[in-house]
Design a protein around this ligand. Sequence first.
Ligand code: KIV
Length: 290
Amino acid sequence: MTMPNHKTEPVTIPSLQKKKEKNEKIVALTAYDFPTARIVDEAGIDLVLVGDSLGMVVLGYENTIPVTMEEMIHHTKPVVRATEKALVVGDMPYFSYHLSQQESILNASRFLKEGGAKAVKIEGASEKRLKLIEILVEADIPVMGHIGLTPQSIHHLGQYRVRGKAVEEAENIIEEARKLEQAGVFSVVLECIPDQVAHTITKMLKIPTIGIGAGPGCDGQIIVFHDLVGLSDGHLPKFVKSYLDLHGLILQALREYGQEVREGRFPDESHSYHLKPNVLRSLSQKKSRE
Ligand code: KIV
């Protein structure tokens, strides 16, 4: 087993491209705050996405629709501060790139200028979206595409389900991937599509594909941090693998803390500050003279 080399150079878009060419897998993960981003970076993860999944896993919204630009920038900053090596990508939230081109470009640039991210991610591949991606790339804002299940279209799609199971839908997704590459994205997220479709796209494209629920044939994989460590609420999709029950571990620690406080066992001697004996003596002498 080879261990990640923490002393190596920061991950860049060209270095991700090289990984694809050398057939090396890209490891990606989401992060939304300083302490978790620090661990993610230390673990040798290549790409950190400040995903708009923030809305559900951190802010308690029902879906990603309510997430704002201010919230995304607020969370991108600490992730960037915590990251020495991984490439940080900011996820453009719903309605931050849907109105005028000018507003979309300004919002994308905020991720780089204010947030400190190196790139942005945009869902979808409509003609209008492709045109916008071309313009962003032209303005030196690297863009990651995202097709298959696009959570910002939840009301349009009706439900979170695997996309591309029928011939026409699969063909559309393959075509979208091709157009995204042509528009200049440096990578594309393939979410919740059959593994054969993802494999076909991965073979067809020169740029790396990053899968989530898209099987092992992609150039890399991404997963939501809170799902991976067992900190997410409710039902998890089939493609999620939790490597840890952090919810259970935290709950156990909190219950222990509560019990020790209630029983007067915390804080004990070792977690308290003490006066030096001479200070204590003069204090009690003063008290007795009063
Ligand atoms: O918002 C997010 O976390 C994402 C990933 C699941 C790709 O878009």
